[in-house]
Write a protein that binds this ligand. Structure first.
Ligand SMILES: [Zn+2]
Length: 120
């Protein structure tokens, strides 16, 4: 998941993924222009400290994470389908195994460290 130091940058990234959002705790709706506008205001009034950051999900949801704790999802893409959103940035490590030799592989690795098989 992408991380951003300010809401405006997160909103710009989310705007490439969705065109409409609703606020997580109300029915308020936002389009790209109003989202960027509210993000700019929020950054000016409530700048994040160095331990906090915003995250953007692959579906365009925007969350706020303080001190590496649980993500507070703020804006949800109004796509009609509910995207499962993680509660924390650090997802449980996925244990994978090489399909060829069966040894454990590092998450995100492109090749098996043992036999060199290409992983996808
Ligand atoms: Zn292997």
């Amino acid at each position: 998941m992408k991380q951003f130091d300010c809401l405006y940058e997160a909103a710009k990234s989310a705007a490439t993924l969705s065109a409409r959002w609703r606020f997580a705790t109300s029915d308020e709706q936002y389009d790209t222009v109003s989202l960027l506008s509210i993000a700019e205001t929020s950054d000016a009034e409530n700048p994040t400290d160095e331990d906090s950051y915003y995250v953007v999900s692959p579906g365009g949801a925007i969350g706020f994470c303080e001190n590496g704790e649980e993500i507070d999802w703020l804006f949800l893409p109004d796509s009609g389908t509910a995207e499962p959103l993680p509660g924390t940035v650090e997802a449980a490590p996925q244990i994978k195994y090489c399909p060829k030799c069966g040894s454990g592989i590092i998450p995100g690795a492109h090749f098996c460290g043992k036999c060199g098989a290409r992983l996808c």
